[in-house]
Design a protein around this ligand. Structure first.
Ligand SMILES: Cc1cc2nc3c(=O)[nH]c(=O)nc-3n(C[C@H](O)[C@H](O)[C@H](O)COP(=O)(O)OP(=O)(O)OC[C@H]3O[C@@H](n4cnc5c(N)ncnc54)[C@H](O)[C@@H]3O)c2cc1C
Length: 398
């Protein structure tokens, strides 16, 4: 078997990883052939969730990836769901929802009770229910520990939730929302990671209101401001131990980084393929512009960077699934994949010249979504901070 030994001495069966990725990509192609990019663009135009695509993914067991079969899932791990996200993006049908659902489910499966898993996770495997994820707040931004959304115990043994979240993808379309909130104010805890808790909330609970934001990213999921006004939650809305949610949240965030990396890889290759096709055809000086090295090398470099990031991404996913500490690798993978994808779409845009800016060529339309992946779900500066501090051992700057 073809094995790769990483600098840390870890042996990875790379052929096994590749074949797992290929299986998912093949299965996904069966669905995206039926629901191609033109379908997604139509959903965006009509401002509606791509429900038919979502149901088809559920029907073929793809939404159940990473969830154990005993909970109604299709098995596999983060590697499989990352491959699914890449395959969807590769067909030009990226969905932010898969990232948010994928992230939200991790802490429930790892730390929830059997009943919580059956109620909240199992129905997401078939596409029957959708879950969004809410951590970002207007004032806290990247510094999640500074969040002020607060859940306090109520008289009935449950919780009362007050506060506000921002940029929440798919809040309108979700049935439930995973909310990260404080159960002890930041000013009252010893360590900033203390006093945070995870709650799963039914979106129909009284006291929740949404306001749609005007975000310029071509995806079918819109972003919302979410307000919680004395929202009453039952005691079992908490996942894991109250006040200890930060650790659970980070378990989910590492897998989210890999899902984002998968999306970046697929979108990067999708954009690059458009650039390559155009470069073979366009001949303003008689020869195809793809023969000019200023363009050719730019596309070749982007391809090499995408492939390097791909190796890193699936290596990190494999580590995560093997229960190893995958934090550094997941952060590096998302950093490299998002940068490679931006290089790819920039090359495709340059190759298309003025036509790149014609919406009908669908190149400039890819740019915001790809560029976003350098900023969300986490900005690359925070990933560099992590590598600087935790991998290189440099002092913290903030
Ligand atoms: C389309 C879209 C979808 C989203 N979906 C969701 C969702 O579903 N759920 C959710 O909870 N959130 C979601 N977000 C929010 C997203 O995760 C945040 O926008 C992102 O984490 C950055 O937070 P911020 O916008 O407040 O930036 P800020 O925290 O204000 O940071 C601004 C910039 O400052 C720099 N910076 C900040 N801190 C540091 C630091 N310590 N060191 C170095 N540089 C730094 C970075 O360059 C950063 O981009 C979404 C955002 C968008 C645009």
């Amino acid at each position: 078997m073809n094995t790769v030994t990483s600098p840390t001495g870890r042996k990875t069966a790379s052929s096994q990883i590749q074949s797992r990725v290929r299986d998912i990509q093949e299965a996904t192609r069966g669905v995206t052939a039926q629901y191609p990019r033109s379908y997604i663009l139509q959903c965006i135009k009509e401002d509606r969730f791509p429900e038919e695509l979502w149901q088809a993914l559920g029907k073929f067991g793809l939404l159940g990836l990473s969830i154990p079969e005993e909970y109604g899932g299709s098995g596999g791990g983060v590697l499989e769901i990352t491959a699914l996200n890449e395959a969807l993006a590769l067909a030009g049908v990226p969905t932010l929802f898969l990232v948010v659902t994928g992230l939200a489910r991790v802490p429930i499966v790892r730390n929830g009770t059997r009943e919580q898993i059956a109620r909240y996770v199992t129905p997401t495997c078939t596409g029957e229910k959708k879950m969004c994820f809410a951590i970002t707040e207007p004032n806290a931004g990247t510094n999640s520990f500074a969040m002020t959304t607060l859940a306090t115990p109520n008289a009935g043994g449950g919780w009362t939730l007050n506060g506000q979240k921002v940029f929440i993808s798919g809040a309108r379309d979700a049935d439930t929302m995973m909310v990260v909130a404080r159960t002890t104010k930041a000013s009252e805890v010893k360590h900033r990671t203390d006093g945070m808790s995870l709650f799963v909330i039914d979106m129909k609970t009284p006291g929740i209101t949404l306001k749609q934001l005007n975000i310029q990213v071509e995806t079918a999921e819109r972003q919302y401001m979410v307000f919680f006004d004395n929202v009453q939650l039952p005691a079992d809305a908490v996942i894991g131990e109250p006040g200890k949610g930060a650790k659970l949240m980070f378990e989910g965030l590492n897998s989210e980084r890999l899902l984002a990396a998968g999306a970046a890889l697929g979108l990067g290759d999708y954009a690059l393929a458009k650039g390559v096709a155009y470069a073979k055809d366009r001949k303003p000086f008689g020869k195809p512009i793809g023969s000019y090295q200023a363009l050719q090398h730019r596309m070749a470099l982007a391809k090499a960077e995408l492939e390097a990031a791909r190796l890193m991404t699936y290596d990190a996913a494999d580590r995560f699934d093997n229960g190893e500490d995958a934090g550094a690798h997941a952060n590096m993978a998302k950093l490299l994949a998002s940068r490679a994808a931006v290089a790819a779409v920039e090359a495709a845009l340059q190759t298309h010249g003025g036509y790149g800016f014609d919406r009908d060529y669908d190149v400039v339309t890819l740019w915001p979504m790809i560029r976003l992946l350098e900023i969300a779900p986490i900005n690359n500066e925070m990933l560099l901070n992590y590598i600087g501090e935790h991998v290189l051992g440099l002092p913290k700057s903030y």
